[in-house]
Design a protein around this ligand. Structure first.
Ligand code: ZN
Length: 469
């Protein structure tokens, strides 16, 4: 029955549920008892409160990111221990985006973070995602190094964090890393995650790893090949071919050929092409990033269509709980099939109100068709549109109101959806999406590197990157 159900029960009341409970008491003072009983009136009132509260609470976000940096993360992050490089990126990039990294940390602390990143560099090139696999350089051999491998996404994040912290990358094993990178590419052009025993490419294979592979190449190869004589490059043509093969029938990009389009993978596809394009002196343009081509126009249409007023709320996750009734035997199955009635099912469908001028004010983004809005998709979609030069096509005010009024958390940070607690990924991506739209209090940001322009300028200032040394 899943297909027959409306994707979402939305009422104007449940759109405001995330507000603190003390607010109805304020209403109690303002309204008579009869009026107080009117749910619609309350909903409208609370909606107005939410609108007036569409403020970016910068000081709370600073405190949130500092808590994540300087105290223990909540236990829910335990299973992400092997992703500590990524968590470090969100934390430090968040403070940098808020332009307080230098004022809220000491030079000694920043140097300590830099040393931690370099500790995660493996001798044969690239960075591990956390120190947990490190069994010591003195014990490391060609035979056992597959058990402490460099990791493609972690390498990209390590390099960006070093730039955020003001490091000049002078201790990065640039040549070793650039020799390792082509080994991570599969014959179909895609990238894996790590090099396993026997130099087998393991993990990855989807567009995320293509993006980090191309990004690492961008960061380390630079505009000039100076000093890189004889160092094999990745197969750029094959990588582009793989990315192009991932465009789905509806215009979006999927994790692989013939899969469902997804905004995260779409960001990674365009991110990878942007990195390749920035270093390329060739006039040949890839159609996906060339305005006017069928591939480009359908991609942009798909991205813009991800903006939605279907915001979801806490109750929706329980909505499907009665769907998975277990059927133990054939008799039960016969009864269950006999009970299926299309008319009955249709009559049970909730009454869904169409969008109104009021509900259209909060418009987040989803990552796939028929899904609810989610803070991170505000990033994946707007960042991609920004790279394509098409950001003005979205309803920026609706996105801002969704992020500030619905997922910005009282204690700082952003949650994944309405009423959810903040986490590092959604907090950073929520802010980045706002930064694209010029939110006051946030620095300008590069959509491909996902870091501030200040950080990008540090890369551009490196003589070997510009080819001036
Ligand atoms: Zn998300």
């Amino acid at each position: 029955m899943l297909l027959l159900r409306q994707p979402h029960k939305t009422t104007s009341l449940n759109r405001t549920r995330e507000l603190p409970r003390y607010k109805p008491r304020v209403l109690d003072l303002l309204l008579g008892p009869d009026e107080f009983e009117s749910a619609n009136l309350i909903a409208r009132y609370l909606a107005k409160l939410t609108m007036s509260e569409a403020l970016f609470t910068k000081e709370r976000h600073i405190r949130y990111f500092l808590r994540c940096l300087k105290t223990f993360l909540p236990d829910l992050y335990t299973s992400n221990d092997s992703n500590r490089m990524l968590l470090a990126f969100f934390t430090l990039a968040g403070l940098d985006l808020l332009n307080v990294l230098e004022s809220k940390t000491t030079p000694e602390e920043r140097q300590g973070y830099i040393e931690w990143i370099y500790h995660c560099q493996v001798p044969s090139g690239g960075f591990r995602g956390f120190p947990g696999t490190d069994f010591g350089d003195e014990r490391r051999t060609r035979e056992n190094e597959a058990w402490d491998p460099a990791n493609v996404p972690s390498t990209f994040f390590a390099l960006v964090i070093l730039l955020i912290l003001g490091d000049d990358l002078s201790r990065v094993k640039r040549v070793e890393c650039l020799r390792w990178l082509p080994k991570m590419q599969r014959p179909d052009g895609s990238f894996g995650e790590v090099l396993g025993p026997g130099d087998n490419v393991e993990g990855g294979g989807d567009l995320r790893f293509c993006c980090f592979g191309a990004g690492t190449r961008y960061l380390l190869r630079g505009k000039s090949d100076a000093g890189l004589d004889g160092i094999e490059d990745i197969d750029v043509g094959k990588l582009v071919e793989f990315i192009e093969s991932c465009q789905a029938y509806d215009g979006g990009m999927a994790e692989g050929p013939f899969c469902e389009a997804h905004s995260g993978h779409t960001y990674c596809a365009i991110g990878a092409l942007t990195f390749l394009d920035r270093l390329s002196s060739s006039p040949k343009r890839v159609p996906l990033i060339s305005s006017g081509s069928e591939q480009h126009e359908s991609l942009v249409r798909w991205l813009v269509s991800r903006q939605t007023t279907e915001l979801g709320d806490e109750e929706d996750s329980d909505e499907d709980s009665d769907e998975g009734q277990e059927i133990d035997n054939a008799d039960d199955l016969t009864k269950a099939v006999a009970g299926l009635s299309l008319d009955e099912s249709i009559s049970k469908l909730p009454h869904v109100l169409g969008p109104s001028a009021e509900t259209l004010q909060w418009a987040g983004f989803n990552g796939r068709c028929n899904k609810y809005a989610d803070t991170c998709y505000s990033f994946w979609n707007t960042a991609t549109l920004d790279m394509l030069g098409k950001l003005p096509l979205v309803d920026a005010a609706g996105n801002r109101k969704y992020l500030l009024g619905k997922t910005q958390h009282l204690v700082g940070g952003f949650g994944k959806g309405v009423g959810e607690p903040p986490d590092l990924l959604h907090s950073y991506f929520g802010m980045v999406s706002l930064a694209f739209q010029g939110e006051q209090g946030l620095d300008r940001i590069d959509p491909a590197l996902c870091a501030t322009h200040r950080t990008v300028q540090r890369l551009y200032a490196l003589p070997w990157w510009q080819g001036t040394e």
